[in-house]
Design a protein around this ligand. Structure first.
Ligand SMILES: Cc1cc2nc3c(=O)[nH]c(=O)nc-3n(C[C@H](O)[C@H](O)[C@H](O)COP(=O)(O)OP(=O)(O)OC[C@H]3O[C@@H](n4cnc5c(N)ncnc54)[C@H](O)[C@@H]3O)c2cc1C
Length: 303
């Protein structure tokens, strides 16, 4: 059972007792870390760090999802054509405002290739050595392996997308810009014939970076799934009154940016938790957030 949280305020340890639930919302990297530090997680990791096990949940910190991102940059040889290219973009006040912040020099452009539904998965574990030497900074305690492109299918899909970019470059509209590849080619890729599949695979492998879209490390799932961490009501398996609500509960990566889906996770959790406390007999479709009058402060007639 979760009773509350301990935390530091101005460097002084404090305890906050929870009358109902404790909700962890520290994000897909730090929520699993917080669980592990509290004795909930993969038993071997907890044992190695001498953390007493409250609940053995092998899925904590596993299934880390992200969207790998590679870029191809080009120099624009024909500046006049680039200016004409701008003019064919539809104009609106909103776009004008955006362009102020995103204006790029007119002598270059880049294409981003991001994988929306990667098969590869990474992990977040506790850095045992740092933990045992009493490190308190979470940034040093989290051992992150993004696992990018670990599944070879992801590399094939990225290659296909890159080839599509090269095809777009050859369309008549882009040809007018006279684009010349200006991406820095990693030295180890120069052993491959330029433009061969091996050349581009090497380029993708060496230049792919994170899109910062972490999810999945406290995944939601049925009790029968040994790697599920929370149930459909965000409750951590095996620990009463403890929930996780953030991007870490998403069992699979969403196809694109993760901020909006995380807001939906939060809204669903708010409905579920409020329903549980205010109208426990109502069905799953009832969300107290839709009835603001339920939250009117109770007026005490004696005051
Ligand atoms: C650089 C960057 C750019 C991004 N750009 C986009 C974008 O353009 N569009 C998009 O959709 N998504 C974007 N994302 C992803 C998006 O921010 C996340 O998907 C989303 O914020 C996830 O929400 P969350 O609640 O899971 O975690 P977070 O938003 O990370 O919230 C976790 C919170 O917990 C706090 N916390 C952690 N540990 C503790 C602790 N021990 N005590 C107290 N508080 C703690 C953190 O300070 C943080 O405020 C970006 C992410 C990054 C890092």
């Amino acid at each position: 059972m979760a009773y509350g949280v301990t935390y530091l305020r101005h460097g002084i340890p404090q305890i906050a007792h929870a009358s109902r639930d404790v909700i962890i919302s520290a994000g897909a990297i730090l929520s699993p870390l917080m669980l592990m530090k509290s004795g909930v997680g993969p038993p071997q990791i907890l044992r190695d760090a001498n953390i007493p096990i409250h609940e053995a949940l092998p899925g904590v910190g596993q299934n880390l999802g992200d969207h790998p991102l590679a870029q191809l940059t080009f120099e624009i040889g024909n500046a006049a054509a680039a200016a004409a290219f701008d003019a064919i973009l539809p104009e609106s006040d909103f776009e004008k405002e955006l362009i102020k912040f995103h204006s790029t020099p007119r002598d270059g452009m880049y294409f981003s290739i991001a994988l929306g539904r990667p098969r590869s998965r990474g992990s977040v574990t506790l850095n045992r050595k740092a933990y045992l030497s009493r490190e308190v900074n979470d940034e040093n305690l989290a051992a992150i392996d993004l696992g990018s492109l670990a599944d070879h299918t992801d590399l094939e899909v990225m290659l296909e997308a890159l080839r599509m970019v090269l095809k777009i470059k050859e369309t008549s509209a882009f040809k007018r810009l006279d684009l010349k590849l200006s991406s820095v080619i990693p030295p180890s890729c120069k052993i491959y014939r330029f433009d061969s599949n091996n050349f581009w695979k090497c380029y993708i492998t060496h230049t792919t970076k994170t899109f910062w879209h972490y999810s999945g490390t406290c995944k939601m799932g049925p009790k029968s799934d040994p790697f599920a961490v929370v149930d459909s009501k965000f409750r951590v398996f095996g620990i009463r009154a403890l929930r996780v609500v953030d991007a870490s509960v998403l069992p699979m990566s969403t196809g694109s940016n993760t901020n909006a889906p995380t807001l939906l996770v939060a809204e669903k959790a708010a409905c579920c938790i409020l329903r549980n406390h205010l109208q426990p007999n109502f069905g799953d479709k009832f969300c107290p957030l839709d009835y603001p009058w339920l939250f009117k402060p109770v007026v005490d007639p004696h005051k």
